[in-house]
Write a protein that binds this ligand. Structure first.
Ligand SMILES: Cc1cc2nc3c(=O)[nH]c(=O)nc-3n(C[C@H](O)[C@H](O)[C@H](O)COP(=O)(O)OP(=O)(O)OC[C@H]3O[C@@H](n4cnc5c(N)ncnc54)[C@H](O)[C@@H]3O)c2cc1C
Length: 329
């Protein structure tokens, strides 16, 4: 019986990362094309936490959930988590492994694939099963100009998918989920990194951007730190999260964590306001599914105006302070 294994990431706030539910729904679709292959999850967390998630697993169509609990696993550790994941993968031999392309997933998945000498297709935008029963993982290539469908010659076939690329199931898929506790074999692992504390950068942690209703993104047109300060003030005044184009990240105006686009994050807020962003295809692919898009740009011919719902041709340095004042009299 084939088996699709999903990595169930626990956020630092001790929630299941929402990407799991997006992958779970996709895995149900893949399972049907593999004679109803089992859909399993691997959960690694601190002692006692798994109990809180059981209902979510039952309602998301999982057949099996493998749980490794230990107080040494309260915070993500590359060495400990990958050891546990590799041990369980060797035992249950899944054919397909799907991991969210979060900061944690991007660290864990390559380590697993390298250890197992198998391939990994990163940042997929489509997953399917081909006529030979292989995982067909599609992702953009050549700077977003082509879509490549990649097959893996080795087992397990691994892929990462960014949050918000797939949709979660519209309603519960209830199954008689079996929970299997495994004893983590980590006593002999010497970790090179010691967790001390989380320090939040900017006001936009990864999870906040993933679930933000309003995103205010700045590009190279904001020119300097003063420009980004105007952007942050405006975002704060309307309860939005700050994001950036790669242009702005490359200029050192924003951290890479908040970059939107092909090599950054994919977001789907209700409102996306792009300030001083030209609208290169590599940026567009990360925000085009937003409900409403507003663009502010001095160049009336900027491509961002082709995809926005409402555009303002003008200088962000003049418009942003006016908007901040207008909306917060
Ligand atoms: C493989 C690859 C992957 C990439 N991945 C990403 C990615 O993930 N995300 C991403 O964003 N890019 C990505 N890029 C880069 C992308 O091609 C663009 O170079 C980048 O998006 C441009 O950023 P920008 O719009 O901020 O800058 P620019 O293209 O320089 O645009 C700046 C805009 O600001 C406007 N402007 C100037 N002054 C003002 C002002 N005072 N007020 C208002 N507007 C003003 C200008 O008219 C211009 O349209 C990638 C490129 C490659 C090759």
């Amino acid at each position: 019986m084939s088996n699709i294994l999903l990595y169930a990431e626990v956020t630092k706030e001790n929630f299941l990362h929402t990407v799991l539910f997006e992958l779970a729904y996709k895995a149900q679709e893949l399972s049907k094309k593999l004679d109803n292959a089992d859909v399993s999850a691997l959960l690694i967390c601190k002692t006692g936490l798994a109990e809180e998630f059981k209902e979510a697993f039952i309602n998301s169509g999982f057949d099996y959930v493998y749980i490794a609990e230990d107080d040494r696993l309260a915070n993500y550790s590359t060495e400990l988590y990958s050891k546990i994941a590799i041990d369980i993968i060797k035992e249950i031999k899944p054919e397909i492994i799907l991991v969210g392309a979060t900061t944690q997933g991007r660290d864990l998945a390559p380590r697993i694939s390298a250890s197992l000498h198998t391939g990994l297709t990163a940042d997929c935008t489509g997953l399917d099963i081909n006529e030979k029963g292989q995982l067909a993982a599609t992702r953009p290539t050549f700077g977003g100009k082509l879509m490549a469908t990649i097959l893996c010659k080795t087992m397990p076939q691994m892929a990462t998918v960014r949050p918000k690329v797939f949709k979660p199931a519209p309603e519960n898929i209830v199954k008689d989920t079996k929970f299997i506790y495994i004893k983590p074999d980590i006593d002999n692992i010497k970790t090179k990194v010691e967790f001390i504390e989380f320090v939040k950068g900017l006001n936009t942690s990864i999870n906040e951007l993933d679930s933000a209703q309003i995103i205010v993104a700045g590009g190279k047109g904001l020119k300097n730190e003063a420009g980004f300060e105007l952007l942050k003030n405006f975002a704060e005044s309307i309860g939005g999260c700050v994001a950036a184009s790669r242009g702005a990240v490359d200029m050192g105006l924003a951290p890479v964590d908040i970059q939107i686009g092909q090599t950054g994050k994919t977001v789907t807020p209700k409102l996306y306001i792009a300030c001083g962003i030209s609208g290169a295809i590599q940026h567009i692919v990360g925000m085009q599914e937003s409900d409403k898009i507003i663009a502010i740009n001095t160049d009336a011919k900027a491509p961002i105006f082709d995809i926005c719902d409402c555009g303002y041709v003008g200088d962000a340095f003049e418009i942003l302070p006016k908007l901040t004042k207008e909306l917060n009299p």
